[in-house]
Design a protein around this ligand. Structure first.
Ligand SMILES: NC(=O)c1ccc[n+]([C@@H]2O[C@H](COP(=O)([O-])OP(=O)(O)OC[C@H]3O[C@@H](n4cnc5c(N)ncnc54)[C@H](OP(=O)(O)O)[C@@H]3O)[C@@H](O)[C@H]2O)c1
Length: 335
């Protein structure tokens, strides 16, 4: 089997660390692994398959010996370095928002639109974490019943803001137990014991960018801009795993039992749904998992063809690192 030289840009971050772990766990065919991060981190070591590997600076020239680079170093780094990596002969799979809505770059969820990988020209974009888990859950229902409207509210973990988000929640919890004043640095308000309906910046229409990403990315991935979507994105004091309350209206009448069967059969989904024994997906129990978990599946009796569900996934894995590695796996199968 052919093996590949793989770079991870932002290797010391929340997503980068998870990418390295997933490449190892899934036994991705690796010839060499090259962790890349900011210059100040050059020389630090990560452990990959039992070996210490030195972190290098992500800069011009660093991509010449690579086949694939997984980027998770933020939008600015992607805008500056992804085109450099491509010019040095690398295929880039990018986790940031830099290229997602560029019509020249495919935006991929392997369970949903793997065929779009075919038209990449060097850069493949990974969708936003909230979009990924929503669309993995909705794709089989869309295929069967035809979704015409989505109403979604997210309950997003602090690791969605990277290592600084985790540190902010942990420090505020420590400060609270030690009776110190809570310091607010990462979020617009204290995140401990709170729910903040504000993720990313506000746009002119009153929605946040995070909410509008879910709208635009869904249209691009489903190749259908007619689906009506409205989103509210909320940050909550959970370390890991985003939860989503999703309501859909469909073209076809939606039978509850059939909807459940469609979800049971779908790739990448686990149904956890038994209210008589209090079984439904819970963020606290699903950190470190790979699937998108669906529960509380119930008919929406307020409209003709409606369904409600509760969807949870690990934002660092399926919402980011795992999806990127699955894109790389799909890519090498096509070669
Ligand atoms: N966390 C999630 O759930 C999630 C989900 C989907 C997508 N993403 C996206 O993934 C990206 C990374 O997120 P994260 O949560 O892993 O953030 P993070 O924990 O802050 O990690 C980012 C890492 O990249 C490094 N870095 C910054 N600028 C760089 C550059 N120019 N070259 C090389 N390395 C650089 C950072 O170093 P310093 O800390 O020293 O600056 C840090 O080690 C972001 O674009 C984010 O939007 C995150």
């Amino acid at each position: 089997m052919k093996k590949y030289c793989v770079g991870v840009v932002g290797a010391l971050g929340a997503v980068g660390t998870e990418m390295l772990k997933i490449l190892e766990q899934r036994d991705f065919p690796i010839e060499t692994i090259k962790p890349l991060d900011v210059k100040e981190n050059e020389g630090k070591k990560i452990c990959f398959k039992g070996q210490d590997v030195e972190v290098r600076s992500a800069e011009e020239g660093a991509f010449r010996d690579l086949d694939i680079a997984l980027f998770s170093a933020g939008e600015v780094a992607s805008r500056n370095l992804a085109p450099v990596a491509v010019s040095e002969g690398c295929i880039v799979i990018d986790n940031s928002n830099a290229f997602r809505m560029d019509p020249e770059k495919p935006l991929i969820i392997p369970e949903v639109n793997p065929e779009d990988i075919m038209w990449h020209k060097g850069i493949i974009a990974n969708p936003n974490c909230s979009t990924i888990q929503m669309l993995v859950a909705l794709k089989p229902l869309h295929d069967r019943f035809g979704i015409k409207r989505i109403v979604v509210s997210t309950y997003q973990a602090v690791s969605g803001s990277g290592l600084f988000g985790i540190a902010e929640l942990e420090e505020q919890l420590r400060a609270y137990t030690e009776d110190r004043e809570l310091e607010v640095k990462v979020y617009p308000h204290q995140i401990a014991f709170n729910a903040i309906p504000h993720i990313d910046s506000f746009t002119d229409n009153g929605y946040t960018k995070e909410e509008m990403k879910m709208v635009h990315e869904t249209h691009k991935i489903f190749h259908n801009s007619d689906i009506a979507i409205t989103a509210t994105a909320v940050r909550i004091p959970v370390i890991r795993c985003h939860s989503e309350s999703i309501n859909i209206e469909t073209e076809e009448p939606i039978d509850l039992q059939e909807a459940k069967e469609v979800l049971y059969r779908a790739q990448g989904i686990k149904v956890l749904d038994n209210v008589s024994t209090n079984i439904y997906p819970l963020a606290a129990e699903l950190a470190g998992t790979n699937e998108v978990y669906v529960g509380r599946i119930r008919q929406d009796f307020s409209v003709a063809n409606g369904l409600n569900m509760w969807v949870v996934a690990d934002n660092l894995r399926k919402g980011a690192a795992l999806n990127a590695v699955q894109i790389a796996e799909t890519l090498i199968q096509l070669k």
